[in-house]
Ligand binder design. Structure first.
Ligand SMILES: [Zn+2]
Length: 238
């Protein structure tokens, strides 16, 4: 017979696993749905996280305007606090604005309540641009059962991605890698970042965006915001 100590240890480790990995299953399912939606609707979605950046975001907005397309910006509340006029410009460009918390805390490395208050504070800061149940993306892609439940409680959809461009990696990959992936998958939801860093990273973001938009034109993909793509799926299912 299993000893009580062993049983307790096993249930404790099961609880720990559920805490960190529980939100992973719905994530995997949603990523699969997004890949499928992109392929079926021939869509490319450009998403930019962690901004706005005083230097990069305006350059990016110019580029997107020249190309006549709209993207999705997952803003960090603390950056929005610093540059509210850039957030207004993003909104004026018709882009989708979404919540990426206030202080960009990694939920796996924060106390549960801090993870939750960071989400709430982000929505509060972004209130004039993002609805209470507006699209959310967790920093570092990390959620615990507590932050996942908090987002569910607000009925906010979670905006995952299907292609990582790699602009935050220590060694940036070839910018064509995301492009090749998009071609192989027949579209996708691309993760990029628009906070200010070294000039070569800003160039990488702008070049990747240009190349992806060129490819979209050649392949006949429609550029959609993430909210549009996700709604498309809902309407389709209804
Ligand atoms: Zn982020």
């Amino acid at each position: 017979m299993m000893s009580l100590t062993l049983a307790a240890a096993m249930s404790a480790s099961a609880a720990v696993a559920a805490w960190y990995l529980g939100p992973m299953l719905p994530r995997r399912l949603e990523e699969r749905r997004l890949r499928q939606l992109c392929r079926e609707t021939r869509s490319l979605v450009l998403t930019y996280d962690d901004g706005p950046g005083a230097e990069l975001t305006p350059r990016l907005l110019d580029l997107l305007e020249t190309r006549g397309v709209r993207a999705t910006f997952f803003l960090a509340g603390n950056c929005a606090d610093e540059h509210p006029q850039i957030v207004d410009e993003i909104a004026a460009g018709g882009h989708e604005i979404a919540c990426h918390t206030q202080d960009h805390l990694n939920a796996w490395r924060s106390w549960p309540w801090r993870g939750i208050t960071d989400i709430d504070a982000g929505y509060q800061t972004l209130a004039q641009w993002v609805e209470k149940d507006g699209l959310f993306r967790p920093p570092h892609g990390k959620m615990t059962l507590a932050t996942w439940a908090a987002v569910r409680r607000r009925r906010a959809p979670i905006g995952w991605w299907t292609i990582v461009a790699g602009d935050v990696e220590d060694e940036m990959p070839d910018p064509d890698l995301a492009l090749e992936q998009a071609r192989r998958l027949g579209g996708g939801v691309v993760l990029l970042h628009d906070f200010d860093r070294e000039p070569e990273r800003a160039d990488f973001v702008l070049t990747s965006t240009t190349n992806l938009l060129d490819a979209a034109q050649q392949e006949g993909w429609t550029i959609r915001t993430l909210g549009e793509l996700m709604c498309y799926g809902m309407k389709d299912a209804a």
